[in-house]
Design a protein around this ligand. Structure first.
Ligand SMILES: [Zn+2]
Length: 304
């Protein structure tokens, strides 16, 4: 099993693993949101809302296992938010597992549309957006998405700043809306993608944390990156100036890429200063933890 990675940025806490062709999954435990299923690792089972970027096996294979394992640990059925064209195939998959296993794994599969927000909490939304990973598919309805997790706050409108509490209450009693909606993009996950216009979206480029794939670093793999709709480290000098993110974590490196070589290539293309806010996921190893005791089943999870 590949080891997973972990980092925090302010109050944002990210766990995950991402290797091209192996598996990719991320969880934001405090926000109860996950991205992609990988092979349904233990960390994903306590997450109620998981957003699937696209149907490639290394991102989607764990869907049925996620639902079935949640049932075994007595968690309520989870919610998978998937590109529209994948709803029917995934429902068929669960039905097939019912034929094999004797029980259809219980779960909710929702179609998501680019630009249509999903509310996961009163003050938290997830905004899907289209990325560039679909072009080579022979299936015409293949769709690949990224997701921004956005905190929604209400702030006092400028014209009411400086008023005292009773004055604000009085305005509210008159039916006046004294607040305005403010969006705070926290984490954006771009799934698998080549460079594209989505990187100019405000909620992407201003997200505090950006999880951006960078699959290839070898100079001889430029063409492979282009053909597979992936990002090559040599694409970053065009992309980087658009990004206002506080932290950019590069994901989805190929298995054969040595982390030290990847960092060297990153510095060659972006300069040493970029290391203050750009890193590879592989640099964020999780501290070793004790193995579960014999009384704990492997599927045991903490409450959400
Ligand atoms: Zn893919």
């Amino acid at each position: 099993m590949p080891s997973s990675f972990e980092f925090t940025h302010g109050s944002i806490h990210v766990l995950g693993y991402s290797g091209a062709g192996q598996e990719t999954w991320f969880v934001l435990p405090e926000l109860n949101v996950g991205f992609d299923f990988g092979r349904a690792p233990r960390e994903l089972l306590s997450i109620d809302h998981v957003f699937l970027s696209h149907g490639h096996t290394d991102h989607a294979a764990g869907v049925a296992y996620y639902f079935s394992q949640r049932m075994f640990v007595d968690n309520a059925p989870g919610h998978a938010y998937v590109p529209g064209p994948l709803v029917a195939p995934l429902e068929n998959l669960l039905t097939l597992w019912g034929d094999i296993d004797g029980q259809i794994p219980p779960g909710h599969i929702h179609a998501v549309e680019p630009g249509t927000d999903v509310t996961v909490r009163r003050d938290l939304i997830v905004r899907p957006f289209e990325v560039c990973h679909a072009c080579r598919s022979r299936r015409s309805r293949f769709q690949a998405l990224g997701f921004s997790v956005i905190e929604v706050r209400r702030k006092l409108k400028d014209e009411y700043q400086g008023l005292h509490g009773p004055q604000i209450v009085e305005l509210k009693n008159q039916g006046i809306d004294v607040t305005r909606r403010v969006e705070l993009p926290l984490v954006t996950y771009c799934g698998d993608t080549g460079p594209g216009d989505f990187l100019s979206l405000d909620h992407v480029r201003k997200s505090k944390v950006l999880l951006l794939e960078c699959t290839f670093v070898d100079p001889e793999h430029r063409e492979r990156a282009r053909a597979g709709n992936h990002i090559h480290v040599a694409d970053l000098p065009d992309i980087y100036p658009k990004l206002d993110n506080e932290r950019i974590v590069l994901t989805h490196l190929t298995r054969r890429t040595n982390l030290r070589d990847a960092k060297t290539a990153l510095v060659e293309h972006l300069g040493e200063e970029a290391l203050e806010r750009v890193s590879f996921l592989g640099e964020h190893r999780r501290p070793r933890r004790r193995r579960p005791t014999a009384e704990q089943e492997p599927g045991d999870v903490d409450a959400p």
